[in-house]
Design a protein around this ligand. Structure first.
Ligand SMILES: [Zn+2]
Ligand SMILES: [Zn+2]
Length: 350
């Protein structure tokens, strides 16, 4: 049976307008609104599948400087589960991030799609490759990192790129095995008590060290790791685990305030807050105590980006993943990340 042309046209218009409306981002209501963003969260989730493959034609290509950003600070909160951060619609454990989201862009479908352990997760963030790395610091990442590529590209001294971590084993992020890169263009590191294999140190010490480095060296690129949500999770101490999420939430605000009060950084710096991995869902193995498999609790992680080139007050359902951070940082700071398997997260940009 032939379908009349006017019917076909009507169906096409309806389908197109549906597709367009689903692909739009969710605007987060004003901070003082009586509406909670729980509403926005639900709305955003529906757009998750429809925004796949959408391209942002307004973002320039990676070969030309695109961005006002001159510095990128990546803050990795180690191992909180999404259900205790953004997945809890009260946001009771992350009041500072909750307020800061109005300054930037949040991703509601951001995942570690590789090995959900600490070294592998940080490796994925820094090199854009998922590797099943040995997890005590014995093995270096295979490929060059954002720090090495940035330092080589700019010719800047090592002190302009830093890895500062509560966990000593994260010193491996400063080097790699790749031919031509191993032992070269290495950033400065300040990890654990006194470097690799010296043990973990407290997060408040890491915060002080990070602040000192920011004000002393003014690095252009930095990763900061806070360990306590993961540490107390493994310790089966639920109350301390929750407190650690709250404390690291306050640390993010302290760092944000420092950056915005420093003339070198103010309005020229992009801050990314994310995780290396989550933790098991209830009913999976020992639940919040451990992590390391492919359950949604381990994969689903936070992403909040605040900077002069990112959207403001937006929550996106676009599915991006951990390896995409490396390419996005490379775009922000205008260098190449040839060995990264990630992609630029174009939807984050204004
Ligand atoms: Zn971890
Ligand atoms: Zn799991």
């Amino acid at each position: 049976m032939r379908i009349p042309y006017c019917v076909k046209l009507f169906v096409s218009i309806v389908a197109l307008s549906f597709f367009y409306s689903c692909g739009k981002e969710t605007k987060i209501p004003a901070a003082n609104s009586t509406q909670d963003t729980g509403t926005a969260q639900v709305t955003t989730t529906t757009s998750t599948t429809t925004t796949v493959g959408t391209t942002n034609t307004t973002t320039p290509t990676s070969s030309e400087p695109c961005c006002k950003t001159e510095n990128v600070i990546i803050i990795v909160i180690d191992g909180p589960r999404y259900s205790e951060t953004w997945g809890d619609y009260t946001r009771q454990n992350i009041p500072n991030l909750y307020r800061l989201q109005y300054e930037g862009v949040r991703l509601d479908s951001f995942n570690n799609m590789g090995t959900t352990n600490t070294d592998s997760g940080h490796d994925a963030i820094c090199t854009g490759n998922y590797e099943n790395l040995e997890n005590t610091g014995q093995v270096l990442p295979q490929y060059s990192s954002i720090f090495q590529n940035y330092l080589k590209s700019t010719g800047k001294p090592a002190e302009k790129a830093w890895v500062i971590a509560s966990k000593d084993k994260l010193q491996i992020l400063g080097n790699c095995q790749e031919e031509g890169w191993a032992g070269k263009y290495m950033p400065r590191t300040d990890c654990g008590n006194a470097g690799l294999f010296t043990g973990y140190r407290s997060d408040d010490t890491t915060l002080i060290r990070a602040k000192n480095v920011l004000t002393t060296y003014h690095p252009n690129l930095m990763l900061i790791n806070f360990k306590d949500p993961d540490y107390y999770g493994h310790g089966m101490q639920w109350d301390n685990y929750i407190n650690a999420i709250k404390e690291t939430d306050a640390y993010v605000k302290e760092l944000y305030d420092l950056i915005q009060s420093d003339d070198t950084y103010k309005n020229k710096t992009t801050i990314i807050v994310t995780n290396d991995h989550g933790r098991h869902l209830p009913g999976v193995a020992d639940g919040y105590v451990s992590h390391g498999d492919g359950c949604d609790g381990c994969r689903h992680i936070e992403f909040l980006g605040i900077g002069p080139d990112f959207k403001v007050g937006a929550a996106l359902g676009t599915p991006y993943e951990q390896i995409d951070i490396s390419k996005t940082v490379a775009k922000l700071l205008n260098f190449n990340m040839e060995t990264s398997k990630g992609k630029v997260m174009t939807q984050l940009f204004k």
